[in-house]
Design a protein around this ligand. Structure first.
Ligand SMILES: O=C(O)CCC(=O)C(=O)O
Ligand SMILES: [Fe+2]
Length: 331
C-alpha cells in the first residue's frame, strides 16, 4: 500500500521510521546547490550582457534566478498561494486525484509516488499539465476555487519566460537563428507543473524533501512561498529560479550544466513550490546542436530519443552519472 500523504493529517510530532534517511544520505551530507545563485536581470538594456550572464551561470552552476522577467509578481504569488490552498483541502478532496500511476495528469501523490516505496521523501505533490492549455484545462481540479484562474495566468507567462531564456541560451551557444529549442521538438512536449508541498517537519536533520538530482528535461522554472529549503540564499522577491536539465547538457554538448538540486525540510513552516518543466516530445531525437561540436570531434553523447532517456532516468532514479553514462559516446 502506498503511503498516506503528509498534508492529509494533523502535523507530525515525530518523524515516522519510513522517512528516516540513512546517516550518509541525510541533508548534512548532501551537496547544496549553491551559496548564492547568480541573478540575471532580463530587463537590462544590454542583450550581450544578459546572454553572457546566462552562459556564465549555465556553465558554472546550471542554475540562476531571473528578475524583470515580465511576469507580474501577483501572477506568481497567486499561483503559489493557490497551490498552498490545494494542500490544505480536506484529505478526501485531494484523494480524489490520488494515484500511483506516474502517467496520470492531474495526479496527487506523496514522496515519488511509487506503489512500494520503502524510504519516503517528506513531500506531497500535485502534478498538472499546463500546456497545451486546451488539452489540459478541462481536467484541472475545481478546488481550490482560485486554482483555475491562477493557472490560466501563470501557464502562458511562465512558458514565455522559458522560451525567452531558451532563445537567449541559443544565441549564447552561437546556434543559428536563436530558435533551436523552439522550432524543433525540443520544447514540443507537454509543459507539466509539480506543485510540491513539504510539510513542516519535526526533525529536518533526518529527512529529505527530495534527494539530490538533476531534472531530465531541458529547463525548469520554479516559484515558491519563500520558506527555505532548496536554494541556500532566498531568491529576490518576485524572482523565478531556473535550472537547466539533462537535455540542455546534451544539446549544448556539455557547454551548459544540468544543475543538481535537492530539497531539505523546515521545522517551522511548510514550503510550497511550483516547478514548471519544459521538455521535448517523447519521440524527439536529442543530439548536440550543430556548431557545438568542434570539427573532427565526436559529440559527448550519442543521439537518442527523449523516451529512451526517460526510461533510463527512471531506472536509475535520477543518478546523474549513471544516467549520462548510458548515452556517452565511447572513443
Ligand atoms: O521544490 C522545488 O522547487 C524543487 C522541486 C524539484 O526539484 C522537482 O520537482 O524536480
Ligand atoms: Fe528537480
Amino acid at each position: 500500500m502506498a503511503a498516506e500523504p503528509l498534508s492529509n493529517g494533523a502535523a507530525h510530532k515525530s518523524v515516522p521510521e519510513a522517512y528516516v534517511f540513512p546517516a550518509d544520505k541525510r541533508p548534512g551530507s548532501s551537496p547544496s546547490c549553491a551559496g548564492a545563485i547568480p541573478v540575471v536581470d532580463l530587463g537590462g538594456d544590454d542583450p550581450d550582457r544578459i546572454v553572457k550572464q546566462i552562459m556564465d551561470a549555465g556553465r558554472e552552476f546550471g542554475f540562476f534566478q531571473v528578475i524583470n522577467h515580465g511576469v507580474p509578481e501577483q501572477v506568481i504569488t497567486s499561483m503559489v498561494a493557490s497551490a498552498e490552498e490545494f494542500f490544505r483541502l480536506p484529505a478526501e478532496e485531494k484523494m480524489a486525484l490520488y494515484s500511483t500511476d506516474s502517467k496520470k495528469l492531474p495526479r496527487f501523490h506523496t514522496s515519488l509516488g511509487y506503489e512500494e516505496e520503502k524510504l519516503l521523501y517528506w513531500r506531497d505533490c500535485l502534478k498538472l499539465g499546463i500546456y497545451p492549455t486546451e488539452q489540459f484545462r478541462q481536467n484541472w481540479p475545481d478546488k481550490p476555487a482560485s486554482l483555475r484562474a491562477a493557472l490560466e495566468a501563470y501557464a502562458p507567462a511562465v512558458r514565455a519566460v522559458a522560451l525567452h531564456l531558451l532563445r537567449l541560451t541559443a544565441a549564447g551557444l552561437g546556434l543559428d537563428g536563436g530558435d533551436h529549442f523552439e522550432d524543433g521538438d525540443l520544447t514540443a512536449g507537454p509543459v507539466v507543473v509539480n506543485a510540491n508541498h513539504y510539510a513542516a517537519c519535526p526533525d529536518p536533520s533526518l529527512t529529505l524533501g527530495l534527494a539530490p538530482h538533476c531534472d531530465p528535461n531541458v529547463v525548469t522554472v520554479h516559484a515558491d512561498n519563500g520558506v527555505p529549503g532548496w536554494v541556500d540564499v532566498a531568491p529576490a522577491p518576485g524572482a523565478l529560479v531556473v535550472n537547466f536539465g539533462h537535455q540542455m547538457e546534451v544539446v549544448s554538448n556539455g557547454a551548459m550544466r544540468a544543475g543538481e538540486h535537492r530539497v531539505v525540510t523546515d521545522a517551522r513552516a511548510a514550503r510550497t513550490s511550483v516547478a514548471a518543466f519544459f521538455m521535448p516530445a517523447m519521440g524527439c531525437a536529442v543530439a548536440a546542436a550543430p556548431g557545438t561540436v568542434a570539427a573532427g570531434e565526436k559529440p559527448l553523447f550519442r543521439t537518442f530519443t527523449y523516451q529512451e532517456f526517460m526510461a533510463a532516468y527512471t531506472e536509475v532514479v535520477g543518478d546523474r552519472d549513471a544516467v549520462l553514462a548510458r548515452f556517452q559516446n565511447k572513443d
